[in-house]
Design a protein around this ligand. Structure first.
Ligand code: ZN
Length: 333
């Protein structure tokens, strides 16, 4: 069965209507359920393509589905419609309002309805994109409080990088935090660039979602396996910032290993017609963030490089969470 269901609905002033819907694809309502959420931030669009592609694959392969997949493409539909990160009119970041309050104001009741609808799933994935300034490799971000549960699951999503944050930086008002607190394992994905769709990354993550569904016995069709990601616990991240104003032109490919002294990019001055700065890698590492928007000022973030890459496995190695080498990793995080 495949249906569009309403998760939350409210009338707004000026004849606007706030409607949150989900695409439920199910062959067994008593079987395991996976939730795929995106569009919490209205200007992050990579997840829109994933919602489309995953829904399309499942719709056309119902015989391989054994349970339920709920896809929530637009948790902040007003933000998507007006190209804004937050909720327009309310001027707030929806991902700072969870778990919400069923008795509260509009955004609080909305947040509570979303949490209530997803809670109880065997796994949930909240897909975000970067902003318009920076391009990110597909990565999962996990806070260390939930790392025991989530780190073994993260590589299944075919990401390049798993970033385990210290609990001190945890925001308790996010959707993922609220769901994890309700014993619904929830992974946060960050990928690509704001206001754009990077089809290659989206395709890879869609295949990763099928792989995750297969892990929980929801899917027994085909899926692609990505290479095993680098897993870093607040690894040594080098931030490269601009020293001059101008246009930033990358000179190293995003998502590759760079070596100390390698040219990462240049800053050119369009008025003077000269290169005003050469940006070099301060250490060997993974160029996981790279400036996308060219105009820069002194202090603008240009790149992030993960040095001291702590755990790497051979490329294309299959990931099996029962593999002893992975249990070593699990004990480490
Ligand atoms: Zn976001």
């Amino acid at each position: 069965m495949s249906v569009i269901q309403t998760v939350f609905s409210a009338e707004l002033p000026a004849r606007e209507h706030l409607l949150i819907q989900k695409h439920r694809i199910s062959t067994d309502p008593d079987g395991p359920r996976m939730a795929v959420v995106t569009g919490v931030h209205g200007d992050e669009l990579e997840g829109q393509y994933i919602a489309y592609e995953l829904g399309n694959i499942l719709e056309n392969n119902l015989d391989k589905l054994h349970g339920t997949v709920d896809i929530y493409p637009a948790v902040n539909p007003l933000g998507i419609n007006s190209i804004e990160r937050g909720v327009p009119m309310f001027d707030l970041d929806l991902n700072r309002t969870f778990p919400g309050d069923a008795e509260g104001d509009l955004t609080e009741t909305l947040a509570a309805a979303v949490v209530d609808d997803i809670a109880g799933a065997c796994v949930a994935v909240d897909i975000h994109a970067s902003n318009i300034f920076l391009r990110e490799m597909p990565q999962v971000r996990i806070n260390e409080l939930t790392s025991k549960t989530l780190v073994p699951l993260a590589p299944l999503l075919n990401v390049d990088y798993v970033w385990v944050h210290a609990s001190a930086t945890v925001l308790e008002s996010t959707l993922a935090y609220s769901l994890n607190a309700k014993d619904t394992p929830t992974l946060v994905v960050e990928t690509g660039v704001g206001m754009r769709i990077t089809e290659e990354y989206c395709h890879r993550l869609t295949q990763g979602l099928l792989r995750l569904a297969a892990h929980f016995g929801i899917w027994n069709g085909d899926f692609e396996r990505g290479r095993t990601p680098i897993i870093s616990r607040d690894g040594k991240v080098n931030y490269l910032n601009a020293g001059h104003a101008g246009i930033f032109l990358p000179r190293a490919p995003h998502g590759t290993m760079v070596s100390e002294g390698q040219l990462v990019g240049i800053i050119a001055d369009p008025l003077k017609g000269e290169i005003v700065e050469e940006i070099v890698a301060p250490a060997d590492g993974l160029l996981f963030t790279l400036r996308e928007y060219p105009i820069v000022y002194p202090g603008s973030l240009l790149a992030r490089i993960l040095a001291d890459v702590p755990v790497t496995y051979p490329e294309d190695a299959d990931h099996d969470i029962n593999d002893p080498k992975f249990s070593v990793l699990r004990g480490d995080i």
